[in-house]
Design a protein around this ligand. Sequence first.
Ligand code: MG
Length: 386
Amino acid sequence: MKLSRLLFVLGLPLLIAGCATWKFGSKDAAQPSPSAQPTARSSSPDGASPAVIKSSAVAPAAPQTSVAGQPVILPLDFTASLGSVRRHGRLYTVGNRIVGEQGLPVSLAGNSFFWSQWQSHFYSAEVVKWLKLDWKASLVRAAMGVEGGGYLEHPQEEQARICTLVEAAIAADLYVIIDWHDHHAHQHTAQAVAFFETMARKYGKYPNVLYEIFNEPMQDVTWPNDVKPYAEKVVAAIRAIDPDNMIIVGSPTWSQDVDVVADDPIKAKNIAYSLHFYAGTHKQWLRDKALKALHKGLPLFVTEWGTCNADGNGDVDEASVREWMDFMQQWGLSHCNWAVSDKDEAASIVKPGTSVQGHWVEDDLTTSGRLVREWMRSWAAASGAL
Ligand code: MG
């Protein structure tokens, strides 16, 4: 019997106990305030009803990281310690669920970095390690800016930033989403294919890696005519090199039209679909669209969400965040918060001028940063990883 198999068998009782005690939303605290980044969004309503999942939970030992709620500065040399990927292995879709190699549902919480061309000072191994150590991140998202002076103009420079984060995440045993952060990816198909072929060759053997091939298609495109044909080309290019790692696909209306996709999904293995929301803007009507998709068997992955409005302004909407967290817990969805940034706006997790080395104290965090950190730590605790 392989050691991993033996450990799994021995861990089964723990796992069952873990399922019985699975809970979320026991977060007592938070606070509201200022504004954020992305683009304006909109959409429309619908309805449905959920189903409850059980979590996996073989609790690994985690490093001691806080005393009385205050972070303790530790040497960042723990990268060999057990993290999310050794625990769950490569991720797969099974119906509308995402599971690990042992077939158990996996629900991850992590941070999305900002457009790589505009907040590259945070694209470092030190920040990745800090997010694992203090925020209990189980995944990170490397958001490679494509337009706006990004990859189209400086391919080597932007790709190098992504590689820095991917390699830091692999070293820290975290999942990492390689995000083609573009609103017009269907107009850059050749570049996307070349980029993802390079990524698949470099990283396709690592279970840590997920490919997100179209961040947010906008409202002026359709799924059947624009996004799906693009996605099929990029998926085929990746699959020719990497047969198994998960590929995540966006949908029109800033990755909200998952209900449309559910009627006409891509025919390929291990494909999930992104759902993006901003708590100040998107409410039950967007969850209703997500429910429609889930009920049709579409696996969703919240690769980007924010605590505030979608236009980059407005208050942190703590009550709406809680509703979304409840929804994601109920459906076992994984999520990445926008964004690791010190830009002066609400969605940024740290204040302008904050250290790019991590080791952040509470006063370095924005209102959004404090709220997100609490939810992420709560998520990790509920899955037995804290
Ligand atoms: Mg692979």
